[in-house]
Design a binder for this molecule. Sequence first.
Ligand code: FE2
Length: 418
Amino acid sequence: MSRNLQLLVAVLALSMAAALGVLTAPEGHGDQAANPDPLPATRLEGTTPAHWRLVWHENPANEAFIGWSTAEKPVASAVYYDDLPRGGKIDEYRHRQSAVISKYTSKEALYCSTVELLKLKADTTYWFVMVSDEKASREFHFKTAPEGDTPFKLLYGGDSRSNRDSRREMNRRLRALLTDEPEILALAHGGDYVADGDKLEQWTEWMSDHELTVTAQGRMLPLIPARGNHETGSALFDEVFHNPGGKGLNYYATRIGSQFLLVNLNTEISAGGDQAEFLERVLKGHSTVRWQLANYHRPAYPAVKKPGSALKYWVPLFEKYDLDVALESDGHTYKRTCAIRDGKPDATGVTYIGEGGLGVKQRTPDAERWYFKGGKVGSSHHVQRLTVKADSLVIDTIADDGKLLDTWLAKPRATRND
Ligand SMILES: [Fe+2]
C-alpha cells in the first residue's frame, strides 16, 4: 500500500471510530492514578501519546503548540479540541487539527507528533485529547493568555538537568502551585533542561518527568522555552519545543495581555548582530508596554560564574529602554540583584533575578559581589512566581518545600507613558 493510501485509510478509520464514538480517551493516561506519584508517567508503548508538552511562542492569546511522543510511528495523529469539556469523547469535540509526525533526531526510534493550534480565542480554557492512530490520551485542558490588561501570574525557572529526583520534586511543586493558583498561566524556562541536549534518552526522561506538572484535573502548564548551554546546537531542543523563534535562532518576544512583554533570548549563539538588533527593535516597538522582562540562560550579573555576553550586548539595550527585570539561569543558585544602571547600583536600573533551581544540584553563590548588596542570594531549589497587575509586579522566590525565600515588588515606570 502506498504511503498516501495508508494515510488516507488511517484518517478514515480514525474518523469512523470517532463517528461511532468508539474512540474514547482511556482512563489512566495521565489521570491521577497514573500521573502523579509514585508511579512513573505514561508508558511509551505502541502509539499511546506520552511526553506531552504544550508550548507558547509569540502569541499565546491565540496560538499553542502541542507535542507528544509515541514508541511506534503512527500513520495519523491529531488533537481534538473544544472550548467546552467533552470528557474525552472524541466525536463530541468541535475542532480537529492534524499533527505533523516526525522521528526525533536520534539513533533511537521514537516519534514526535506536533500540532499547531491557531486562531484560538483569548482568555479561554480549551479541552483537548491527543490521538495517534487508535490510541487516545485522556482529556487535558489549558487556558490561553488574555488580550487586555488583566492580572495574571507566571512562573519562571531554569536548570532542570542532571538530578532527576530533585527535578521531579520541583515538578510536583509547579503542579501544586498551578493547582492552588489557577491564575498562573505558564512557565518560562531559562534553559538547561538536560545535561546533554543531543541525547534523546535524557529528553525522554525530561519529557516524562514534565508530565508531573499536569494537575490532577488535567490542566497543563504551558512552557515558554529559552535555550541553555547544555542544549547548544541541539536539534532536539527545536523538535521538543517546536522551533521557538525559528529553528536554531530561538529568540522571540512573547506578549501576554496588552501590558506585558517577555523577550526570550538565546545566549548560545551570537548575542550581537541580528539578535541584538532584534532585541532593540522589540524593546523600541513596545516602549509603552507597562511591564518588560527578558528571559535567557547565561547571566549578565551572575552569582557564581563570570558574566556572559549578555552583559556587553544586551544590558546597554535593557538600560536604554528601561527593562524592568532580566530573568537569568545557569548559576544553580537563587539570586536577586539590586537595580543596576551603568555598572552600579541605581534605583532606576534593571533588576536581575534567577538563577536556575528546577532540580540541578545547587552551588554556593558568591554573596560578596557588589550587586547583591540590597538584593538576595542563596542556595536552594526554587521557582519564581511573577504576580502581574496594573499597579505592581511582585516576584516571589519559592523553595521546593513551598517556603518563601524572597519577595520583590516593582511599581510601573513613569517612563512607560511617554
Ligand atoms: Fe547552564
